[in-house]
Design a binder for this molecule. Structure first.
Ligand code: CUA
Length: 313
């Protein structure tokens, strides 16, 4: 069955994936079997009971008790098996083991914000240790989003004004994709993130020292990476097209009219403040919907984004 799984399904990043896949493949095979049975019988009956000559009439039929009992009980049994199997998995997925690493997740149009117990905050990206259970406590600041990690086989709605939880124990080192799976507005398809599964040592290093891999990258290139990975792309285009926020194209050095009536030069200080205190000045004609990136971007990352915006002429 593994060949079928590898064709149809993403890699398995947790033990739980195997359980989801087994149930999925069971349902798929049962459905395929009955599909072939029903369609096969249709064709068989078409030929077997075709009209053979003029005046030939079908004999009067009422019912067949035995047949009807069989075709009621067999599907009933099958769906009860599927229900019990699925329910057990669902319960196991819903209740995290004690002592799991707890990460707070906040969804907002159109970024994922994370907070670790030690205060580390990130956007669209988390690191978790291999083989340790991780619990996510999730809430939304606006509309309904859905936290979906295909390779972990976990998914749950993220709702405003209440908490939902998910947990997983990653078993495969590497990067796993996180997607928003509930249409949540214009930037929905860009609301994605990465889950880095690291060895314990690498994870601890990241938690203490942050991401070292970006140190050697020129500011402008780092800015280009952050533009996508931190979710700027969801609202700010590079081609001049108007989004939820102003496009970055050609704005550097311009003077923008603000909703407050003042006008401001787009320079380093203005761009920095727009990231950290986005509500301080709203550009005329736009809504103040941008979340603050205070505590979520390091100074070097802010510089990188500024250099990137500068380069968009
Ligand atoms: Cu958030 Cu779709």
């Amino acid at each position: 069955m593994n060949w079928l799984r590898s064709i149809l399904l993403p890699v398995q990043g947790t033990d739980y994936s195997t359980r989801v896949d087994n149930l999925f493949l069971f349902i798929l095979l049962v459905s395929t079997f009955f599909f072939l049975l029903v369609v096969g019988l249709i064709f068989y009956f078409i030929v077997r009971y075709r009209r053979r000559g003029p005046g030939e009439a079908t004999p009067h039929l009422t019912h067949n008790l035995k047949l009807e009992i069989v075709w009621t009980l067999v599907p009933l049994l099958l769906v009860m098996v599927i229900f019990a199997w699925g329910f057990r998995g669902y319960m196991d997925m819903s209740v995290a083991p004690a002592g799991a690493l707890e990460i707070q997740v906040t969804a907002k149009q159109w970024v994922w914000q994370f907070e670790y117990p030690n205060g580390t905050r990130t956007i669209n990206e988390i690191h978790v240790p291999l083989g340790k259970p991780v619990k996510l406590v999730m809430s939304s600041e606006d509309v309904i989003h859905s936290f979906y990690v295909p390779s972990f086989r976990i998914k749950a709605d993220v709702l405003p004004n209440r908490y939902t939880a998910l947990w997983f124990t990653p078993t495969r080192e590497g990067v796993h994709l996180l997607e928003c799976a509930e249409y949540c507005g214009g930037g929905h398809s860009l609301m994605e993130g990465k889950i880095h599964v690291d060895t314990e040592a690498k994870y601890q290093d990241w938690l203490e020292n942050g991401d070292q891999s970006t140190k050697a990258i020129p500011l402008k290139d780092l800015g280009a990476q952050l533009y996508t990975s931190r979710g700027c792309v969801a609202c700010h285009s590079l081609d001049g097209k108007r989004g939820q926020g102003p496009s970055f194209k050609g704005i550097w050095g311009q003077t923008h009219a603000m909703a407050s009536g003042s006008s401001i030069l787009v320079d380093e200080n203005y761009v920095r403040r727009s990231m950290l205190q986005p509500q301080a000045e709203i550009r005329q004609g736009y809504q103040g919907i941008m979340p603050t990136f205070q505590g979520l971007l390091r100074d070097r990352e802010i510089q990188a984004l500024i250099e990137f915006i500068k380069s968009q002429q």
